[in-house]
Write a new protein. Sequence first.
Lengths: 328, 509
Amino acid sequence: MNAPVSNAVTRSLLRRLLGNGTLIVAFIYALLFTIFASRQSDALSQTSITDLFNNAAPLALAAAGGSLVVLTRGFDLSVAGVVALSNVLMATQVGEGPQQALLGLAVVCTAGLLVGAVNGILVAYIRLQSIASTLATMIVTSGLALLVLDAPGGTVPDFVADTLTDSAAGIVPVAALILLAVVLIWLLLRRTDWGVALYAVGADETAAGLAGIRTRRVKFFAYCLAGVFYALSGYMLSALTATGNPNAGNSYLLLTFAAIAIGGTSFSGGRGGVVGAMLGAATLTLLQKVLFSAGVSSFYTGIFQGVVMILAVLVAATSDRFASGRRA
Amino acid sequence: MSAAVTLTPPPEAALSLDIDAVTKSYGPTIALRGVSFDLRRGEVHALLGENGAGKSTLVKILSGIVKPDNGSVRLGGQRFAPHSLMAARAAGVSTAFQELSLLPNLTVATNLTLPKQRKGLLGLASRRLNEAYAAQLLAECDAADISPGALVSDLSLAEKQRVEIVRAVSHRPRLLILDEPTAALAEPEWLFRIVERLAASGTGVLYISHRLAEVRRLCRRGTVLRNGESIGTVDLANARDGDIFRMMVGRGAEEPADATATPVRRDAPLAVTLRDLRGPGVDGISLNLHRGEIVGVAALEGQGQRELFRMLGGAAPILSGDVAVEGKPVQFASPLQALRAGIGFVPEERKIEGIFLGLTTASNISLPILGRLLRFGLIDRTRERAEVGRAAALVDLAARYVGMRISALSGGNQQKALIARVLLSGARNLVLFDPTRGVDVGTKEVIYGVIRDFTAKGGSVLLYSTELSELVHLSDRCLALYRGRIVGEAAGAALTEERLVSLATGHGE
């Protein structure tokens, strides 16, 4: 009886190492960064690193939110709408100064929370399909964004645009601090009952229910929190572009899911996490920079991003299969 | 930090359970027609019945997962109508589910502490405290060989079942429900010790099993369910197996002589030969299926039977190995090609894989032979009707159902239509995966008849069933599958449920 048990433990460990998507994406990122640094002499300079964080931050926040929903085996398309809505709100409704910036933050987060709550009610309580419901809320919020601002324009207050893209104390990029804060929040959340339940619900909703988990509530909060993260993504994007665009979210929709997949979060639920998704987002944005520095036309970016995504998913799938030893 | 675990609640906490005329239906399907029995304080009470007798529904009602339509349940004299699993648990009822409710992607410790983790600093879930709690719990339940840190997906089926039972016990229930707890257990003695210990301390145990030997060992009284009704509560010491079996199936026990009388048709020509078949979950299976032979396959859940049958039906890829039909090597990569090679497959998930709910029963039956019905490239409806009528008669499917949408038919009639379809295709060999699952007793008899008739005419059948009694009843010989391999075979007088159980749990030789 003892041998299979110790075997199981070794296998668990192996799987934790090999099947860990976060490690794989971290490796891909390190590889890309090495290429980037070798081609770009100033890659390690203060400005370049700040840029890297600034460019990655909006997608990373969106992917962090999306991965919460994907962990529950759902899909949340409303990211596109919420990012756009929070961008146009920032470009039209917010004035100068720190107080207004905080007010803006509160407004966009509330909007994101509301959209997330609607998603959560539709999916968790009314039990509609997540793709259909969030597609609907995406269309509604995109429409709202057009009502707020019907064409690209408006100005994001300088205070927001400057502070968030700057470096704190001249050393650490503010974007990096924000991302770090999100990582810390996630690490705490993971160790709450809700965080554990998220994985349980994603793996097997019925079994989770039989284990005493309130599955609907768990899913509802996942959508709510995701909405807030999308709003933060839009907030960060506003700081970066300093202007409003009602279509700002469109390019985020598919990239968010790509980032989640690259980060090792399984679309069949219960496996992966926020950190991986954020690294996935960082990888996608770094890839753009690498291609740019290599002089590859930007028209090719999509092709390369797709290839990296397939690679990451492939590596994750094969190493997981290997680690689980099912085919031995 | 972690609360001390004690398995023995104070005796005064023991409760009696009174179930009176409980009914439940799901839409038009009646699951419980009227169940009444009582469980005394500290009693281990058996609940007996065939699959589909209503045992699972009753378990769900007592666990707070579904609400009964009518009738009353009283626990310790108080009305007991839990609105959720947690409410039932709070009232002192906890359940080890048959279908196992463990999360494969979490560790044993996390599973044991769901839904509330043990908290350490800052109120955060602590892996260390969780595992310490789990280790203590497992040790108290005599299961210390299971590592708290192991992922559940890495455990064997028997280990999973033990964790499921440990978890139910860990809630310190005053009434413990065990639903087929030994289905995957290689060493049921372990469970018996726990049950006896709990019962001695006054905990009531509702023990659901169809293994009479176990039930006799643990329980003094048992209630028999049949077709959603409680047929009666018997004093097990004074009841013979045959009497209980008769109560369970509603007719006399099949004479075992019947089964042994069938000659094993080894001298008949070969119908299907498998040579070292391999694929996901299937680890080198070789077997000979003779004309006119019914070969049963017995296995615990997840031992490769599903994969094997899907491979033979062309629904799953064969990685290596050979299949020959009547001596000719064949290859197929889809159910249609398998059918053309002479193997007809009736899959398990008929709603998903078997039928087209939007089409009529007739169209569902005639699908594989549409090619034969063509005239000038169009379907000849007159001939279709004639062929379908012929096939429907074979399976005793009433003519009025043929023109109806198949979604309007009961599960049993849908299954008949599916079997009619493979029969109509002219396949000489049938691969049937649990063909009587969830169908009523009458339909079962019809399906048995169809299978016997088919082999009497020279067809061959490979049959998997979750009901061992069915395998014993129908098969000429029966193979046991364990971890993707054939681990044993029973035929003739040796073909008994007990023998199959010991083979299927890997304790054959």
